[in-house]
Design a protein around this ligand. Structure first.
Ligand SMILES: C[S@@+](CC[C@H](N)C(=O)[O-])C[C@H]1O[C@@H](n2cnc3c(N)ncnc32)[C@H](O)[C@@H]1O
Length: 279
């Protein structure tokens, strides 16, 4: 058992309490924290416990279970999620979207109107990248862009639209000049781009909320399935399947294969990248 020491707090996360907290996180979000990551949860929670003036992890567990009408669960999601993202991440996937996938869908639908969802968008770089490329390269397309995350904290950062060097480092210079205003150390995104994305708080394992998202031409669900175990992956991928119209596509992170997760989608190789088509 490890011991966490802070100035006025000297408490440890007992194995049994760890397991109970871990199971609640898994049950509510699909995020699975293995036994060897106990220190991760302990480090994330200790500050919160101090903020709450609690004396033990058991007090915190009690709050999560019975005490906060779900509000603390939202704070807990903010703490345990990994939100790494940046603009123009895996740019080949955006090329494929605009040069192959949307033209193909347009031919089959007979129009240029699309619905795209960045599911697990973190601080917004992914959906905003889509909107900027559309505005730059395909102004004749009409795209409704939805973006969602389980963490309220990242959604509120996304809505502000102010970014720093790590996040903007891959943005081509022409886009920086056209779509951002430098503001001290920060880069503030143009209002027209910001207002083109509808942000929502959606837990990908929440069947009711997932049912409200339907008829999408393309869903980006990148770099989030890695935090789930196989069972949760299967559940989320099958809910995403229902949210995509026949002929639409699911795009995962390039290292996340659906090979052992589902046979429902048809893997399609475009320019050496794999994307998943709903048949
Ligand atoms: C590493 S970020 C990926 C961001 C972006 N898609 C990208 O690839 O750059 C993973 C995001 O998934 C979100 N997430 C984790 N579990 C989730 C769940 N059950 N439902 C919705 N979002 C979740 C996290 O809050 C985090 O912002």
């Amino acid at each position: 058992m490890s011991l966490t020491t802070m100035s006025s707090l000297n408490i440890s996360l007992r194995d049994e309490t760890f397991r109970q907290l871990r199971d609640i996180i898994y049950e509510k979000s699909g995020i699975f924290i293995p036994d060897n990551k106990k220190y991760f949860l302990e480090n994330k929670l200790i500050r919160r416990i101090q903020e709450k003036n609690f004396n033990s992890f058991e007090d915190y567990l009690y709050l999560i279970r019975y005490g906060s009408n779900g509000n603390e669960l939202s704070a807990l999601f903010d703490l345990v999620t990994t939100n790494e993202t940046f603009f123009f991440r895996e740019p080949l996937q955006f090329d494929i979207l605009f040069e192959y996938i949307l033209p193909e869908i347009s031919r089959s639908k007979g129009n240029n109107n699309f619905k795209i969802w960045s599911a697990a968008c973190s601080t917004g770089e992914e959906p905003y990248t889509i909107v900027m490329i559309k505005s730059e390269k395909k102004p004749d397309m009409k795209i409704e862009v939805y973006a969602s995350d389980i963490s309220e904290g990242v959604i509120s950062t996304a809505k502000k639209g102010i970014y720093y060097s790590y996040s903007v480092r891959n943005i081509p210079e022409t886009y920086i000049k056209k779509y951002f205003k430098q503001n001290g150390q920060g880069f503030e995104l143009d209002n027209a781009i910001k207002s083109s994305v509808r942000f929502l708080n959606i837990n990908l394992t929440d069947e009711k909320k997932m049912r409200s998202m339907y008829d999408f031409d393309v869903i980006f669900c990148r770099n989030v399935l890695i935090y789930f175990d196989d069972k949760a992956k299967q559940k989320v991928v099958s809910l995403l399947y229902n949210s995509i119209r026949p002929g639409g596509y699911l795009i995962t992170g390039s290292t996340e294969s659906l090979h052992n997760v589902t046979r429902a989608f048809k893997p399609v190789v475009i320019n050496k990248a794999i994307v998943y088509r709903r048949t």
